[in-house]
Write a protein that binds this ligand. Structure first.
Ligand code: APR
Ligand code: ZN
Ligand code: ZN
Length: 366
């Protein structure tokens, strides 16, 4: 066991605190990771606000790169000294989803069995089974994916959550390719990553939609060919018009990614897709939100697919090393997502900046 500093949310709505936590030595199948970077994600704020569950106290953080410090028995995935990106879905390989090939829908994912604790022994709930807003953390070895050790931790650590969710929404779930059109509604961290993924895949046009001009400017820098300010312009009509100019007869985008998580943007995505187009929902609605009341004929008549994208339908062992290599080759600009590098003490301030829409990601450097 060792003691390190970590960012803990003790009770609903209260500001986070930096406290000493106990990190057990790794047991069978577990690894202790020295954290080098951790992005501050909306989900951490949701935990702090009690919006996910009531299992306080939480050890926040889950978008990290680090170095494996030690491993327990039976660990084959990684060894001490490996540079890794952490993931929150270590697939089991045994459940029905895994066996039928849908590994990204594994319903028996692994986490560390032992608990990290506060100094008085109170068990901590690690955010998304990681808890890496801390100098060190205990995870399941399968939550560690080895990547190119020359890569910048702050940038590649973001693949652990929001950036992977966005890139994967476009590429894995939306199956976007060269010759297809895409519109992305909501260009925060996730939507901006979907735009980057679409650009990487060679899609055109790539239409960014947001109500915030700052986000649209960033989207353009990341590869959007067109931008729509939906606070002043009807995005559905505008998406249809842009796509018709590029592809004769098009009546919308081949793929529309919804990266806000609200009924009104869901509806926009639904109507902005071309005939037989695909809607990808990556924005996470709150439990009280309902599917908008739409004529059934509009569902039937347009065909296509309505898909939700869970963690970008990624497989960390396949996608993380590949995307890190593309980053190292200069073909994927992960640095653009690191808006600022901060310390452990600045997490509360980072939550405020997130609310103001000033950052794609604040990244804690350890
Ligand atoms: N129309 C278009 N864009 C909107 C609208 C709207 N009605 N309302 C908000 N937005 C934009 C915001 O301006 C912001 O740029 O959506 C973006 C949301 O971005 P972030 O707050 O940075 O959230 P992000 O981390 O990108 O996550 C987006 O995906 O993973 C989920 O839980 C996450 O539901 C959230 C969504
Ligand atoms: Zn499984
Ligand atoms: Zn996250």
């Amino acid at each position: 066991m060792q003691q390190v500093q970590g960012v803990v949310a003790r009770k609903k709505g209260a500001p986070v605190e930096i406290v000493t936590i106990n990190v057990p030595d790794p047991g069978p199948g577990e690894a202790v990771v020295k954290v080098l970077s951790c992005g501050v994600c909306h989900t951490d704020l949701h935990y702090r606000e009690g919006g996910i569950n009531d299992d306080f106290p939480f050890l926040l953080g889950h978008e990290s790169a680090g170095i494996v410090e030690s491993v327990g028995n039976d660990v084959t995935e990684v060894a001490p000294g490996d540079f890794v990106v952490l993931n929150w879905r270590a697939v089991c390989g045994q459940c029905r989803a895994c066996k039928r090939g849908d590994l990204h829908y594994c319903f028996a994912t692994h986490n560390a069995k032992q608990k990290m604790t506060l100094e008085d022994g109170t068990e901590l709930t690690p955010a998304l089974g990681i808890g890496s807003l801390a100098e060190k953390t205990l995870v399941a070895a399968g939550q560690c994916t080895k990547v190119d050790p020359e890569a910048r931790p702050a940038a590649v650590g973001l693949l652990g959550c929001g950036v992977m969710a966005g890139i994967g929404a476009a590429i894995n779930t939306g199956a976007i390719t060269r010759g297809k059109s895409i519109a992305v509604i909501g260009c925060g961290g996730v939507g901006a990553a979907a735009i980057t993924g679409a650009a990487l895949a060679g899609a055109s046009p790539i239409i960014a939609v947001d109500i915030d001009a700052k986000k649209l400017a960033k989207a353009k820098a990341l590869g959007a060919t067109h931008t729509i300010d939906s606070s002043t312009t009807d995005p559905v009509a505008e998406i249809k018009s842009i796509c018709a100019q590029v592809y004769e007869g098009a009546d919308g985008a081949d793929v529309v990614v919804e990266a806000v998580g609200r009924p009104e943007t869901w509806k926009q995505a639904f109507y902005a897709r071309d005939l037989a187009g695909t809607v990808v929902l990556v924005g996470v609605p709150t439990p009280d939100m309902k599917v908008p009341d739409l004529p059934l004929i509009d569902v039937f008549g347009r065909g296509g697919a309505l898909k939700s994208s869970w963690y970008g339908d990624c497989l960390p062992s396949r996608d993380f090393p590949l995307l890190v290599d593309l980053y190292r080759q200069g073909r994927l600009d992960l640095d653009a997502f690191v808006s600022e590098e901060i310390g452990l003490a600045d997490v509360e301030a980072a939550f405020d900046k997130m609310h103001q829409g000033d950052v794609l990601r604040s990244v804690v450097i350890l």
